[in-house]
Design a protein around this ligand. Structure first.
Ligand code: AMP
Length: 215
């Protein structure tokens, strides 16, 4: 039973690696970004609030995200472990999450820290395309769909997320540097962190992750 956190800047391929890990290890993939996007699509009050921040490339307020995740992780489908993609995103979130886990007698298995240069990340994010229906992600160069612009899974036309536009990406990288990268030090202190080089192709990155997670 594993509880895994995927850490890394926007565009590093967290979502794609999460899908691969989830499939191979049969782990439940929980993405806070996906939860927010689903709420925006459904027009819920949570979605309306999250949208204001996401459109500007800013983080959604900590309390809101922590309440949401803590609620989601008490669902029955999480009792055999999970893979968190996009949470925690600030030291506050990590500290509150650690206390929450501790109060339940639980612990994280590992924090996978995927790293790459800003230049590479900007190319990755601006080339990313997403299926608005099923959520599957692609990249126009490194992971294209079989038919250009169309989802392999469900045949829906792919879109570029508003927060993947170049200016927003640069802003998100700055937000990552300022607010999320201090988490690396935080988790180094807990001895849970494992470094992954996010620069090579997606299967090579996945191999590094498999070596860390074991069979
Ligand atoms: P992602 O799909 O993980 O890149 O998330 C997209 C956007 O959702 C982020 O740029 C934030 O605005 C918001 N978001 C997702 N997860 C979090 C989090 N843990 N804390 C704050 N904001 C988040």
């Amino acid at each position: 039973m594993k509880r895994v956190v995927l850490l890394g800047p926007p565009g590093v391929g967290k979502g794609t690696q999460a899908e691969l890990i989830s499939e191979k290890y049969n782990m439940l993939h929980i993405s806070t970004g996906d939860i927010f996007r689903a709420n925006i699509k459904e027009g819920t009050p949570l979605g309306k609030t999250a949208k204001e921040y996401m459109e500007k490339g800013l983080l959604v307020p900590d309390e809101l995200v922590c309440d949401l995740v803590e609620d989601r992780l008490t669902w029955d489908d999480c009792k055999d472990g999970y893979l968190l993609d996009g949470f925690p995103r600030t030291v506050y979130q990590a500290e509150r999450f650690d206390s929450w886990l501790k109060s339940r007698g639980e612990d994280l298995s590992v924090v996978l820290d995927i790293q790459a240069s800003d230049e590479l990340l900007i190319g990755r994010a601006t080339g990313r395309r997403v299926c608005p229906a099923c959520g599957k992600t692609y990249h126009i160069v490194s992971n294209p769909p079989k038919t250009e612009g169309i989802c392999d899974n469900c045949g829906t036309a792919l879109i570029q997320r508003a927060d993947d536009a170049e200016e927003t990406v640069k802003k998100r990288l700055k937000v990552y540097q300022d607010q999320t990268s201090p988490l690396i030090e935080y988790y180094t202190g807990t001895g849970k962190i494992a470094e992954v080089d996010g620069a090579p192709g997606l299967m090579e990155v996945f191999e590094q992750i498999c070596a860390l997670l074991g069979e």
